[in-house]
Design a protein around this ligand. Structure first.
Ligand SMILES: [Zn+2]
Ligand SMILES: [Zn+2]
Length: 154
């Protein structure tokens, strides 16, 4: 399982391999040292049960989507179709635009789910069994505040 831990000080994303399970990692952004405690299930890529960063047990699932990739496809498609449109080839222009949207849908549909920690926003990617529910705003509000108080941000 690959874990992206978020630095409590500066929010930088720090990639960690759960199989190696290091006890600490140093933030490349601000030099803050995070202590990590990996559970057996996370180490074995079986389940996400306890967050190695904040020791919380509340997670949600979201699509592993990089909005930048999707946007690039649409922008490139729009640029190419604008050229055809300029030369009066409307039909080709619209087909390209439609094609770009289709590619976007295809990319989106193929994405896996990523588990995210409500408190510290650590992300967990791997073949493990997804047990978390979808995002709930109320839970996020409560748990994020609790965590931020704990690390002294509020
Ligand atoms: Zn940092
Ligand atoms: Zn966490």
């Amino acid at each position: 399982m690959r874990v992206i831990a978020h630095c409590p000080k500066c929010d930088a994303g720090l990639p960690v391999s759960a199989a190696e399970a290091p006890e600490t990692i140093k933030c490349g952004g601000c030099g803050h040292v995070l202590s990590l405690t990996f559970s057996e299930a996370i180490r074995n890529d079986a389940r996400v049960d306890v967050c190695p960063v904040c020791q919380g047990g509340d997670f949600y699932i979201r699509k592993d989507f990089d909005p930048k990739v999707g946007l690039t496809v649409v922008i490139v498609g729009a640029l190419i179709s604008a050229v055809f449109y300029w030369f009066g080839e409307d039909l080709i222009a619209y087909s390209i635009l439609g094609g770009a949207a289709l590619i976007d849908l295809f990319v989106y549909g193929r994405l896996g789910d990523v588990t995210v920690c409500y408190r510290c926003h650590s992300e967990f990617r791997g073949k493990y069994e997804r047990t978390a529910k979808h995002f709930d705003l109320h839970t996020a509000d409560v748990l994020e505040q609790e965590y931020e108080r704990k690390i002294g941000r509020r």
